[in-house]
Ligand binder design. Structure first.
Ligand code: NAP
Length: 486
């Protein structure tokens, strides 16, 4: 019997108005249906927005300390239920259980960080030219914020948006990806368990077209925080700008690493393969291009192929699995098409390139970890996001050419360099067009207490996480008090 789940609106579990449901399935075993979820309509989104709107004044007037207290309670709740939440991520998103536990740990850290943030200053007193004037600034919440999130970090991404949104006094409506509504339902349960006031957090499941559109266009929504593909993000930017709504977009990447001849090749290959293949490359910060300078390319390539072939492909429930199923059949087909396109453009597949054979793989949506070389750096596969376990190895004659190749794509999310040379490090850190820069480290992997975001087509709007989050989730009011007249 497949369980049916509801929306969470104004503190109540409710059915959507369409009477329709959609299912979510385990990518490691498509016959395993995780649940049925409301196929909500724009009317349901409207109801949730109205609930958030009605509660915004009360929440704004709740002290930062109290708001932070709810986040700290939520962190404790997650700590007590870590394994259940991690298993849910693995079942619904296909992630390895090891990485799913890490994702819950990250959500806990985010809730703790922003819970404490509730007691930090939100403005400053500034000397006025007139000693009779008390001049200060205050950070005001925006009101109702729509959160539209992807499936690949179904817990951590909604939390890294909602923790600062809530602590700075906004109310929210979450629309999760259609592939991972169950984890979103668990987020709603978390807020219910910690007695967050009704209507402050609302969840509406359903398709991007039906629910997402209302969340962007409704006049009661002040701002939209989105993470997902660049195509959808750019549409949100246009619609938001037309309506004078604030927007924050975190989008795709085509993240490079540069390997200089002096690098520790063993370490560089290990980290590159980890960045490219873990979670089957389905991280926005996954490594997808290795640009190798000089004649170390042959040794580096051999090491990368050897390490890729040693990776275990399997369901995320097996803690040994590194390469797990991709999210769904459409994604599996898209990745296979991209590999074929790479071959048609002259690429050579050094390892992988196929759907793995064997009974355990037939049940799910697996793709072999794939390493391609011989591609032109401006070819489609070397420039476009694949969101799968595919790494292109590209040659460069020197560090300057490597930087040019790294910067030649439209994206600019994360980038790394492997070298021992301090000047090369500083030059790279200065010239690379990326919001996250890793020196001798993996392009994926972030800490929650520092800003995160990209350059160029990877991001628009203010940075997420760390202290930077206050910029998006508040607006500044400047207050002049002339005490001589009071
Ligand atoms: P997606 O297809 O763009 O979907 C993201 C969200 O947008 C989903 O909730 C989706 O709903 C919704 N959506 C779809 N159409 C919409 C519309 N017309 N109006 C409003 N919302 C709409 O992306 P995805 O496949 O879930 O995630 C993968 C992408 O996310 C990759 O490009 C990856 O790089 C990017 N990503 C970026 C970051 C970052 O921080 N930069 C982090 C993670 C992922 P449905 O699911 O119902 O379609």
């Amino acid at each position: 019997m497949v369980e049916r789940y509801q929306n969470y609106v104004n503190g109540a579990w409710t059915d959507g108005s369409s009477g329709q449901v959609s299912t979510s399935n385990n990518p490691a075993d498509l016959t395993d249906c995780v649940g049925e979820f409301q196929a909500s309509t724009s009317a349901d989104a409207n109801t949730a927005i109205s609930a958030a709107y009605d509660k915004k004044e009360g929440w704004r007037r709740t002290s930062g300390l109290s708001r932070g207290g709810y986040l700290l309670k939520a962190a404790s709740y997650l700590e007590g239920n870590l394994e259940e939440y991690a298993q849910a991520i693995t079942r619904e998103a296909g992630k390895s259980i090891v990485e799913s536990r890490g994702e819950v740990g990250r959500a806990i850290a985010l809730l703790q960080y922003y819970g404490v943030e509730g007691s930090n200053p939100v403005g400053e007193v500034v000397p006025s030219v007139n000693p009779e004037i008390l001049l200060y600034t205050n950070r005001m919440p925006l009101g109702v914020i729509s959160l539209i999130t992807p499936w690949n970090f179904p817990l951590a991404i909604p939390i890294w948006k909602m923790a600062p949104a809530l602590v700075y006094g906004n109310t929210i409506v979450l629309k999760p990806a259609s592939a991972t509504p169950y984890v979103a339902t668990l987020i709603a349960r978390m807020w219910e368990e910690v007695d967050l006031p009704n209507g402050v957090f609302n969840l509406v499941t359903g398709s991007g077209g039906a629910v997402g559109n209302e969340l962007i266009t409704n006049s009661k929504v002040a701002a939209i925080s989105f993470t997902g593909s660049t195509r959808i993000g750019m549409n949100i930017a246009g619609e938001s700008a037309k309506r004078h709504k604030r927007y924050q977009l975190e989008m795709g990447g085509k993240n490079p690493v540069i390997v200089l001849p002096d690098a520790d090749l063993e370490q560089a290959a290990e980290i590159t393969v980890s960045g490219a293949m873990k979670y089957s490359g389905q991280k926005c910060t996954a490594t997808s291009r290795a640009i190798v300078v000089g004649n170390v390319i042959e040794d580096f390539t051999n090491l990368v192929v050897e390490k890729t072939e040693a990776l275990k492909i399997g369901p995320g429930s097996d803690p040994e699995s590194v390469v797990v199923p991709v999210i769904d059949q459409a994604s599996q087909e898209n990745i296979s098409e991209m590999i074929k396109r790479g071959l048609a453009d002259g690429g050579v597949v050094l390892t992988g390139g196929e759907i793995p054979s064997g009974d355990i793989y037939k049940k799910g949506t697996f793709v072999e970890p794939t390493v391609i070389n011989n591609l032109d750096s401006d070819s489609y596969v070397a420039c476009e996001e694949i969101f799968g376990p595919v790494l292109s190895i590209l040659p460069a004659t020197d560090a300057d050419e490597a930087l040019d190749i790294a910067n030649s794509v439209e994206y600019g999310l994360s980038a790394g360099i492997f070298t021992k040379n301090l000047n090369s490090v500083l030059d790279f850190a200065d010239k690379i067009e990326a919001g996250v820069v890793k020196i001798n480290g993996e392009t994926a992997g972030l800490e929650p207490q520092v800003p995160f975001g990209g350059m160029k087509a990877s991001s628009s709007g203010d940075r997420e996480q760390g202290k930077a989050a206050i910029e998006f989730f508040t607006q500044t009011k400047t207050i002049y008090v002339d005490r001589s007249a009071t």
